[in-house]
Design a protein around this ligand. Structure first.
Ligand code: GTP
Ligand code: MG
Length: 480
């Protein structure tokens, strides 16, 4: 926060609200990006050129210059005043609880954050729900592109699928418009590479896009409004393609051509095609479950301030730190280990037969164990309560039932039953052993099996987590 304030002090042309939200401001999203991200988008050299004395300046020029300097000073003073207010505000509203979410990419960290928001700040969650439609639309068109790419390399496809390929081709421009919009700031300027051209993932920095639906159409937001128009236009195209989208997913040749993919499309993040008839209908509003299923990759580190709406926590602010989980982003985690009360570590148990997107030589389950060991041994987290969430057990269950053999990927599992409960118990034991080996102070560990896209089941887990928090004695809570 201090860093962000500093930026504003030296950069009057930077709109404060565009890069930072005071915890007390009536924000729509309750969220802010931590300063390390903010700094990367500001060019200090260009934003604040030093004024050099001007030779041969006329009297009129001098007067104009002095006037400009006076104006700049006024702006600067106003900004500094605001920074001071921000600081005071932050002191007054120091979060009562700070929770850190860690785990590899796609482990379900942001989904768990959304569960917290749904349970503890339902009004703020509901206010943002409409904005998620753009993400869900993009998730859908990405899945369609994936299918069309697979079909393009198929030796022969039925006539009907050829027709659908042509009919759905306008979705390419929809994909581009949505990706650019989601990766832009509120002035319509791209702040991140929209997405991996060939992948399914949606990469976005921060949560600025969520404010879209509540912004007024003023001159200052004209560009953003244009982007909004494009999102609405994208929506119209998706609705017009509704029947063809349904027909594509229902076509048996699509399933045939997708067979043999390393990760079946329906197990991939942000898969909505099985419900596309509902979602592509006009008047569609995302449900809470849709929001939990939507996929957007976290870039960098985000701190979300939840102004608690529930009676027991009323008036409190909880900070939840959500991080980008892929390997390239892990070095950025450590500065956020400070002042943490509780760590929620997410390990996706379904990933035993997958490798990292960023390194295809590394098994994802193995990677989870490595991060877990590092986190458990961290001296900075020595006095923090640990909660381990063995997540995505629903996908684990579906994979095992489809005949995938756990022991083929985890050879130490040997001849144990290829059943969900047995696999979960086995994995839990392994994680607990690592925890015990790496922990010196005999602290408790809480372990839960979770399906973060199931809000009801997750609410029960959150209630247990809340109990630990409400005791106010994180470290002494019993092992669950
Ligand atoms: N089926 C199923 N899907 C899940 C579960 N948990 C999360 N997902 C989905 O998995 C995808 C990835 O989840 P995220 O929460 O975005 O993962 P993340 O850990 O934040 O990933 P990064 O931001 O890349 O670090 C999303 O589409 C979620 O809806 C689960 O328990 N079951
Ligand atoms: Mg995330």
């Amino acid at each position: 926060m201090v860093f962000s304030g500093h930026l504003r002090a030296i950069s009057p042309r930077t709109d404060n609200r565009s890069t930072f939200q005071s915890p007390s401001s009536p924000s729509l999203t309750n969220s802010r990006i931590v300063p390390s991200i903010v700094t990367s988008s500001v060019d200090l050299d260009n934003e604040w050129p030093l004024m050099s004395p001007i030779e041969n300046e006329t009297g009129a020029q001098r007067e104009r210059r002095l006037e400009a300097e006076r104006e700049a000073k006024c702006i600067n003073d106003a900004i500094e005043h605001e920074i001071e207010q921000d600081r005071a505000e932050r002191k007054r509203h120091k979060p009562e609880v700070k929770i850190l979410l860690l785990g590899q990419a796609e482990s379900g960290k942001s989904t768990m954050l959304r569960n917290f928001q749904l349970k503890f700040t339902p009004t703020a969650f509901a206010a943002e729900r409409a904005a998620w439609r753009a993400v869900i639309d993009l998730n859908i068109v990405r899945s369609v592109r994936y299918i069309l790419d697979v079909l393009a390399s198929a030796p022969a496809i039925p006539e009907e699928l050829r027709r659908l390929r042509v009919a759905l081709s306008p979705l390419r421009s929809v994909e581009e418009a949505l990706a650019i919009f989601l990766a832009s700031d509120e002035h319509g300027r791209p702040v991140a590479r929209p997405a991996d051209e060939h992948g399914l993932d949606v990469k976005v920095r921060g949560s600025r896009w969520k404010t879209l639906f509540n912004r007024s159409m003023t001159e200052s937001t004209r560009q953003y409004t244009q982007a909004y128009e494009e999102v609405l236009n994208a929506r119209r195209i998706i609705e017009a393609c509704r029947d063809d989208l349904v027909a594509l997913w229902a076509h048996p040749a699509v399933k045939e051509n997708l067979e043999g993919q390393s990760v079946p499309l329906q197990f991939q993040s942000g898969f909505f095609l099985d419900q596309v008839g509902r979602i592509a209908s006009s008047g569609y509003e995302p449900s809470s479950d849709d929001v939990l299923k939507a996929r957007i990759q976290t870039q960098g580190v985000e701190e979300h301030l939840l102004k608690m709406e529930t009676a027991a926590e009323s008036g409190q602010t909880w900070a939840i730190v959500d991080v980008g989980g892929n390997r390239h982003q892990r070095a950025a985690w450590i500065p956020y280990f400070d002042d943490v009360n509780m760590l929620l570590f997410l390990a996706p148990v379904s990933a035993f037969d997958q490798t990292l997107a960023e390194d295809s030589s590394v098994n994802r389950l193995w990677d989870s164990f490595l991060i877990w060991r590092t986190v458990c041994s961290s001296k900075l987290l020595r006095d923090v309560s640990f909660i381990l969430l063995l997540n995505k057990y629903d996908i684990l269950d579906a994979k095992l039932k489809s005949g995938i053999q756990f022991a083929s990927h985890v050879t130490s599992y040997k001849r144990r039953p290829n059943e969900t409960e047995a696999v979960l118990t086995y994995l839990k034991e392994k994680f607990v052993i690592i925890f015990r080996q790496a922990t010196t102070n005999n602290r408790p560990l809480h372990v839960h099996y979770t399906c973060a896209t199931d809000s009801r089941a997750t609410a029960i887990v959150l209630a247990r987590i809340r109990e630990v928090i409400l005791t106010g004695n994180f470290m002494n809570a019993d092992l669950l």
